[in-house]
Design a protein around this ligand. Structure first.
Ligand SMILES: [Zn+2]
Length: 265
């Protein structure tokens, strides 16, 4: 069987581009919360992020502040497990869940995968240990079994230099066969990562707001820039991604609109 990479959308949020970027269009853009399933074809299924949580979020006053700043639009049909099942994929068959970072629109569906091995970074673990409102981490969105869940926590020494079309990335070979490289894309959140799938498609999480907005990263206004974990690293990562895009690597950001569902076809 050949490998597949499928794109799903699990909720969305909307913002005025002119409020986000200097020179941005006076236009409200919907930003979907993307989830990507890599199916190696031999029983290994790796999910990248999990979208928004459906139902009520029990995360207190900080959650109220978050929801006011970044109002989520999410209905029961957006649930990641529900969408996989509708696609003929038993959610219990997902072997790994890679989390680009721990913001609410990426961890909302974690509770649907109690049997999976979660892949995250030491930096993400640190941000969980001391969650602050500015970091956008709400431990209340994680299930009660999170501490006991099977995990692969990638420390800095798990990543090595890999050349991808002439661009140097820091990568960890998740499955040992080169088909799924977890890559460091620092800046947006502590320990933020992406994944290079089949050497062809880079899942870039929130390393920028979208493919067509990558070049506008330097024009981010003060507030959206200030909420980045490391604004200077965020800019460096955007430049690196531009080099990869120029080299022909397809880049899918978490908030890109849903285009073709099959990304390796
Ligand atoms: Zn984020």
């Amino acid at each position: 069987m050949s490998a597949r990479l499928r794109h799903y959308v699990c909720g969305s949020t909307a913002h005025d581009l002119s409020a986000m970027f200097r020179g941005g269009a006076h236009e409200t853009r919907e930003f979907p919360a993307g989830v990507f399933l890599f199916d190696r074809g031999d029983g290994i299924r790796v999910l990248f992020d999990t979208g928004y949580a459906t139902g009520e979020w029990r995360i207190g006053w900080r959650g109220t502040v978050y929801r006011r700043l970044l109002p989520p639009k999410v209905v029961p049909e957006d649930d990641v497990a529900r969408q996989l099942a509708a696609d003929g994929i038993d959610p219990a068959s997902v072997t790994h869940v890679v989390l680009s970072h721990l913001h609410p629109d990426h961890i909302g569906g974690v509770s649907r995968f109690p049997g999976a091995t979660f892949v995250l970074t030491a930096g993400q673990q640190r941000s969980l240990a001391a969650p602050r409102l500015r970091a956008g981490i709400f431990t209340g969105l994680l299930p009660s079994w999170w501490d006991e869940a099977s995990k692969i926590v990638l420390a800095a020494d798990a990543f090595r230099d890999v050349d991808v079309s002439g661009v140097s990335l820091r990568a960890a070979d998740l499955l040992g066969d080169g088909s799924y490289l977890v890559v460091e894309l620092p800046g947006h959140a502590e320990g933020h990562i992406g994944a290079l799938v089949d050497g062809r498609v880079l899942l870039a999480g929130d390393a920028a707001w979208g493919s067509d907005l990558l070049g506008a990263t330097a024009e981010l206004r003060t507030l959206p820039r200030a909420v980045q974990h490391d604004p200077a690293a965020y800019l460096r990562t955007a430049a690196l991604l531009q080099d990869l895009a120029d080299a022909g690597i397809r880049i899918s950001f978490s908030h890109d609109p849903l285009g073709p569902k099959e990304l390796l076809a």
